[in-house]
Design a protein around this ligand. Structure first.
Ligand SMILES: N=CN[C@@H](CCC(=O)O)C(=O)O
Ligand SMILES: [Zn+2]
Length: 423
């Protein structure tokens, strides 16, 4: 059979296809990783149309042709990474808070004093839609350079109708203008704005009134809430998310990030797609997440940056056969980094996840955490060609050699969107 590809990747030292079909991978199954040695991948019309051996390429040069050929020099090739939890769209930055953190001022105290999220809210309200598009485009370009080809992006720095819609419309514009696949989440329930300080329930009601407009303009697939001490309680979160679910939205929840309020149990009760953070989650919460197939989306970069001594209980979640994913939690306050590769290292060192588990957590399960598990996170026949060639000899190397960028070439829907500058 002859092939005429648009792009042929050959001489691949190690290929991780992560080709597990359309279901997420649970717990103990995350240990089993298929590695193809000396492989090749053919791409046509933006899709993966052939996966074979390098031998076949060498032997059959006459019947395997391509407009462009990429010699992968015996290096690692994997699916494009998926980042299922980011606060991509925001104005300004919060580097001044670093000194407060160093002085030991707790994250929730900074928020209580009107800083933290609320200071980003002020800056985002003051930033134009065009400026927000430009700034988020810069971050998306950087994410591509780190090997990320699909991301989730939340609102939550407006906390009023105008600015929440502004953020979501920025995401909608980026879905059209940028090569990155972006899944949108409404996080209007991110914090209580000053103007509603004494009336949090009225604030949540006003955010719920936005849902109709969000649906009408198709601005978000998910609705999320920050369920945390001093922000929104379990009861408030249950009421808010239940009403969003009734309107047809899929659910996410910032759960048990700092205090173990039982956000994981609530996520299971409501059939959320994912529960995120989970640093303080109880045995019961872990059990319920696994039972209901809620993706446990862990954010070790946030624990690292906030200097939290105890990491999320990843090993107990894996033991309980939960579906575990990883994300950056990229945001200006608790995790200002787009580098998902560094998150992979933190998952190894702090969460004690194995390299095999980590690779499922940044591809297949990350895609399931944002509802695109059937389309993204794998190199498989007729799937979009979202592929990374790494300057690495094998898949162990990425979490091991840390705080640098290992990408050589990043391919999105069959097109090269990033190539490391060759000296
Ligand atoms: N905890 C709430 N939201 C973000 C932090 C947002 C911020 O600090 O600006 C998080 O997931 O950590
Ligand atoms: Zn977050």
């Amino acid at each position: 059979m002859s092939h005429n590809f648009d792009l042929l990747l050959y001489n691949i030292g190690q290929l991780l296809t992560m080709d597990v079909g359309t279901e997420p991978v649970r717990g103990k199954q995350m240990q089993k990783l298929e590695v193809l040695e000396h492989a090749a991948v053919g791409i046509k019309d933006g899709k993966v149309t052939w996966i074979g051996s390098n031998e076949e390429v060498v032997q059959a040069t006459s019947v395997i042709t391509a407009k462009e050929k990429m010699d992968c020099q015996g290096k690692l090739v994997t699916p494009g990474l998926v980042d299922p939890h980011t606060h991509l769209v925001f104005g300004g930055s919060r580097e001044h808070e670093l000194a407060l953190k160093q002085a030991g001022v707790p994250y929730l105290d900074i928020l209580k004093q009107g800083g933290g999220i609320l200071s980003t809210v002020k800056m985002t309200r003051e930033t134009s839609e065009e400026e927000l598009v430009k700034k988020a485009t810069f971050h998306l370009d950087r994410m591509h350079s780190y090997g990320i080809t699909t991301v989730e992006a939340k609102s939550g720095y407006g906390l009023d109708w105008e600015t929440e819609l502004k953020q979501l419309r920025v995401v909608k514009k980026l879905q059209k203008s940028h090569t990155m696949d972006i899944i949108s989440t409404f996080l209007g329930a991110h914090a209580i704005p000053q103007e509603y300080k004494e009336r949090p329930d009225d604030f949540l009601t006003s955010m719920l009134e936005l849902l109709g407009q969000i649906q009408e303009e198709d601005l978000a697939q998910f609705v999320d809430i920050f369920c945390e001490t001093g922000v929104f309680s379990i009861e408030q979160s249950r009421k808010f998310l239940s009403q969003a679910k009734e309107k047809g939205f899929e659910l996410k929840i910032h759960a048990d990030e700092i205090d173990p309020l039982g956000g994981a149990e609530l996520a299971a009760e409501l059939g959320a797609r994912s529960a995120d953070h989970l640093v303080g989650t109880s045995d019961e919460g872990i059990k319920r997440l696994a039972e209901e197939g809620v993706v446990a989306c862990l954010l070790p970069g946030t624990s690292f940056y906030l200097g939290k001594p105890t990491p999320a209980r990843a090993r107990d979640m894996l033991e309980a056969d939960a579906i575990v994913a990883l994300a950056t939690d990229f945001n200006p306050g608790s995790c200002p980094t787009e580098n998902l590769q560094f998150i992979m290292t933190l998952a190894a060192l702090q969460l004690r996840m194995t390299p095999e588990e980590i690779w499922y957590a940044v591809t297949v399960n990350a895609a399931h955490a944002i509802g695109v598990g059937a389309e993204r996170g794998q190199i498989a026949f007729q799937r979009s060609a979202d592929i990374v060639l790494w300057d690495a000899p094998n898949y162990l190397y990425i979490p091991y050699h840390y705080a640098v960028n290992h990408t050589n070439t990043v391919i999105k829907d069959g097109k090269i969107v990033y190539r490391r500058r060759q000296a």
